[in-house]
Design a protein around this ligand. Structure first.
Ligand SMILES: [Cu+2]
Length: 592
């Protein structure tokens, strides 16, 4: 009974979910935590006092060779909560160290899966493609450098998994511009569990301009005035465990399409406070959430400056009083705490509306992440730079968006599934991950991708290997499109042009989207148009279409190769972790 969920009948999907849940409501003990009688369709974390702990800085790992093993740990998210089972990279008990690399200098990252026990074993859903009972105890992992121009065999392909005791050396060429990347797990069907448990870290790429040093020629705040912020939202049980569950009607172990949290976590701490000096700070943020899109702002609505997008710096700082960030997206900001009186505090807040089909369950906006406490000390004394690119001694200005030679329509859908299947199926192009009907752009080609989202919520779409420019968004009449071109059974490509069904003016990209990006929010009932230049093998310095994954071996080889068939190419997917696991992810090849 595969079929589409039309835009206005999401209530039917909810009813289906509720019906499934009712089957499992036999034992009350199945729902051990936080069900508010007034909001029975959402788990509530125990009340936690904000700002109890300071924002922990993330340790930095530099050099040409780093070792980042994954291990099982326990982590204290809040002083009033007991320690929670978690995962960490590089000896940390949650998240991983910030890796600092230099443009043009290779980083060898030795990875090994040392995970002794799975903190979210009960949440593994074996009905999802590629997931087996073994995954509960022998946690599959795959380390991906998000935004990296990485050879395919080192990219952390979701099927190229490392079980406990296995590992590999990832060679990252760092042949791209200075920017903030992040590394995280990408294992098939359990990415949402592994990242949520803690497998994520920042990766800062420096160059001769953005050196990260005091004397950097761009005049940017550095050292203690440059902060990496890994933003997440979470739910906690009464006994302090981090929980991926959001909907009490969904039995544990049953995949959920939307898992917003009611607690803000930054660098692994609940609603922390950061003492700051009176001056300019550079904040490098990543949305590392499973599901939530955030509209971030400071509580006094003060203006700040965006200086970079995912792929590097903008031409010049742009002033704004808010920035919207979907899962996977990063933003590079300058914030001036110098104008605020010593002793005052300033919260980093969120007011992104909850998508309607999630809000119907009673899910409320998670209102804040952290706060800054302004001290008396003078901070960074330089001002906001006039420009970041251009001039005789800097990076070239951003090139104009290149005209495309190929226009490709891709689609983002949510499909009802039959009883016994995790529902809905989240899909790209009406296909499942296993489909061979994949995109195969040619190396050296400029393509326009029209991302047609016919669901009632935004989805952040991420392409591995490449960066792109956003050229705009346009609302569509989804019902008219789906009536004109009905969605066939899942497994049959559905990628009609939505241009005839556009109903509004083209919306320009947001100011923070003006640079090179690798993840873009495809808004509900909209076309999001991006321009991607697919690089050549020469430009990359490696063959992006090489096969890999069959070499076998363990730590003795550079690659262990656990897959049952040769792998080739990369993936593109929704970066809502719940969605990429089931099944909003497709392979793609970059062909000669
Ligand atoms: Cu999605």
């Amino acid at each position: 009974m595969d079929g589409r969920i039309p835009r206005r009948s999401f209530v039917r999907g909810l009813a289906l979910t509720a019906g499934l849940g009712a089957v499992g409501v036999g034992s009350a003990s199945a729902y051990p935590f936080g069900i508010d009688p007034l909001r029975p369709f959402v788990f509530s974390s125990p009340p936690l006092q904000p700002f109890r702990e300071q924002l922990p800085p993330l340790p930095v790992l530099g050099g040409s060779a780093v070792e980042v093993h994954a291990s099982s740990t326990t982590h204290v998210f809040h002083p009033d909560l007991p320690a929670s089972p978690a995962l960490g990279y590089g000896g940390m008990d949650y998240l991983g160290p910030t890796i600092e690399a230099h443009v043009g200098e290779r980083t060898s990252l030795t990875y090994r899966n040392d995970i002794a026990s799975n903190p979210l074993a009960a949440d593994v859903d074996t009905r999802i493609h590629g997931v087996t009972e073994q995954d509960r105890t022998q946690v599959p992992t795959s380390l991906h450098l998000h935004g990296g121009r990485t050879p395919p065999e080192f990219d952390g392909h979701p099927e190229d998994i490392m079980r406990p005791g296995q590992g590999m050396v990832h060679e990252f060429p760092n042949r791209q511009e200075a920017c903030a990347l992040w590394y995280h797990d990408h294992a098939m069907g359990v990415t949402r569990l592994n990242i949520y448990a803690g497998l994520a870290g920042m990766y800062l790429l420096r160059d001769e301009y953005d050196t990260g040093q005091r004397d950097n020629p761009l005049g940017l705040p550095s050292g203690e005035f440059e902060l990496s912020l890994v933003l997440q939202d979470k739910n906690f049980t009464d006994d302090g465990r981090q929980s991926v569950r959001s909907n009490p009607l969904n039995p544990q172990g049953s995949w959920e399409a939307a898992t917003p949290g009611d607690i803000g976590v930054v660098n692994g701490k609940v609603w922390p406070e950061m003492p700051v000096a009176r001056g300019l700070y550079r904040l490098r943020m990543v949305n590392a959430a499973s599901f939530s899109v955030w509209n971030l702002f400071f509580e006094n609505r003060m203006r700040f400056w965006v200086i970079g997008a995912e792929g590097g710096l903008l031409d010049a700082p742009v002033a704004t009083d808010h920035v919207r960030l979907g899962p996977g997206e990063r933003v590079d900001l300058l914030v001036d705490f110098g104008a605020l009186a010593p002793g005052t505090t300033m919260e980093l807040r969120n007011d992104e509306p909850i998508p309607e089909q999630v809000a119907q369950r009673g899910v409320q906006i998670m209102p804040r992440f952290c706060r800054f406490r302004i001290g008396t000390a003078a901070g960074f004394t330089g001002g906001v730079p006039e420009t970041l690119r251009g001039g005789s001694r800097g990076l070239a200005v951003l090139p104009p968006v290149a005209p495309p030679s190929v226009v490709r329509t891709v689609s983002v859908l949510q499909l009802a599934q039959g009883l016994g299947q995790p529902s809905p199926l989240m899909s790209l192009n009406n296909l499942r991950y296993t489909s061979d009907d994949i995109e195969m752009p040619r190396q050296g080609t400029v393509e326009q991708w029209n991302i047609v989202n016919v669901t009632p919520e935004p989805h952040p779409i991420h392409l591995h290997l490449v960066t792109f420019r956003v050229i705009g968004r346009q609302a569509i009449d989804t019902n008219a499109l789906m009536q004109a071109v009905p969605v066939p059974a899942v497994g049959m490509r559905w990628t009609p042009s939505a241009d005839p069904f556009a109903v509004g003016p083209v919306q320009a990209p947001q100011v923070w989207e003006s640079g090179f990006k690798d993840t873009v929010i495809a808004d509900a009932n909209s076309i999001t148009r991006i321009i991607v230049r697919f690089p050549t093998a020469d430009e990359l310095g490696f063959d992006p279409d090489a096969t890999f994954g069959m070499s076998g071996g363990d730590m003795s080889g550079h690659h262990h190769g656990a897959s049952a068939h040769p792998l080739q190419g990369y993936v593109w997917h929704c970066h809502m972790l719940d969605h990429e696991d089931h099944d909003m992810m497709l392979r793609y090849r970059l062909v000669p």
